[in-house]
Design a protein around this ligand. Structure first.
Ligand code: PXP
Length: 240
């Protein structure tokens, strides 16, 4: 199963200060070195983390495929045609949300999605749709000619009670099998952690995962020791 590492929240830390560090491209290169099969960035309309320049630099700088997540709007289609990532994933976007809150309503936006597909696919960009584990939305994705779907694991990741967790996992398993049977490539992501990823990665139909927040959070923790040790050395007075 392929792992695409989402580096958005490296940019979130940088944007907290509007400075130059940490650099999302540097994080992407380290992720590749550690075994990432690809890099994902979400260029949001409000540019709260990844900036246009980051997307350009990551596209040029990495050696694995780039997955560009974006809203289904004209501005983003133009940017995607310029950057030419390996793949784009359309996601619903709402300015007030803290993170993506649900899958796309493919059924309700077929015409718009077909128009976007007709501009991106001829440019050689794979066309993926982020959807909830819902058979009807998956059928609609197939109908409009998506290459792949990414199943939203957000609800699964929020479930605490064992029964509810099991039910949500089963929904994902059934949806993934349904999509794969219809010839769609199946990815999954949102809210995945080291603790909850095992059951998702055991689903045969899923071939790729997109994971961001947990990896960046963990990177802060495992890197803290070295960062403080380096600072202790740096503030040691220079002896003449
Ligand atoms: N997939 C999609 C479509 C997303 O919007 C996000 C969050 O940017 C992710 C996967 C990754 O989610 P997380 O950061 O919770 O791992």
């Amino acid at each position: 199963m392929r792992l695409f590492v989402n580096v958005d929240h490296v940019a979130t830390i940088r944007e907290a200060r509007k400075t130059v560090e940490p650099n999302p491209l540097e994080a992407a290169l380290l992720a590749e070195k550690a075994g990432a099969d690809g890099i994902t960035v979400h260029l949001r309309e409000d540019r709260r983390h990844i900036q246009d320049e980051d997307a350009q630099k990551i596209r040029r700088g990495i050696s694995t495929p780039m997955n560009l997540e974006m809203a289904a709007v004209e501005e983003m289609v133009c940017i995607a045609l310029e950057i030419k990532p390996f793949q784009i994933s359309l996601v619903p976007e709402n300015r007030q949300e803290v993170t993506t809150e649900g899958g796309l309503d493919v059924i309700g936006h077929k015409e718009r999605l077909i128009a976007i597909r007709d501009r991106l696919k001829p440019a050689g960009i794979l066309f993926s749709l982020f959807v909830d584990p819902d058979r009807l939305q998956i059928d609609a994705a197939r109908e409009i000619g998506a290459d792949s779907i990414e199943i939203n694991t957000g609800l699964y990741s929020e479930r605490q009670a064992p029964d509810a967790l099991k039910a949500e996992l089963e929904k994902i398993r059934v949806a993934a099998g349904h999509a794969a049977q219809r010839g769609l490539r199946v990815f999954a992501g949102h809210g995945l952690t080291r603790k909850n990823v095992g059951s998702i990665s055991a689903i045969d139909a899923i071939e790729e995962l997109n994971i961001g927040h947990h990896i960046v959070s963990r990177a802060v923790m495992v890197g803290m020791l070295q960062a403080v040790e380096e600072m202790r050395l740096a503030i040691r007075p220079i002896t003449k």
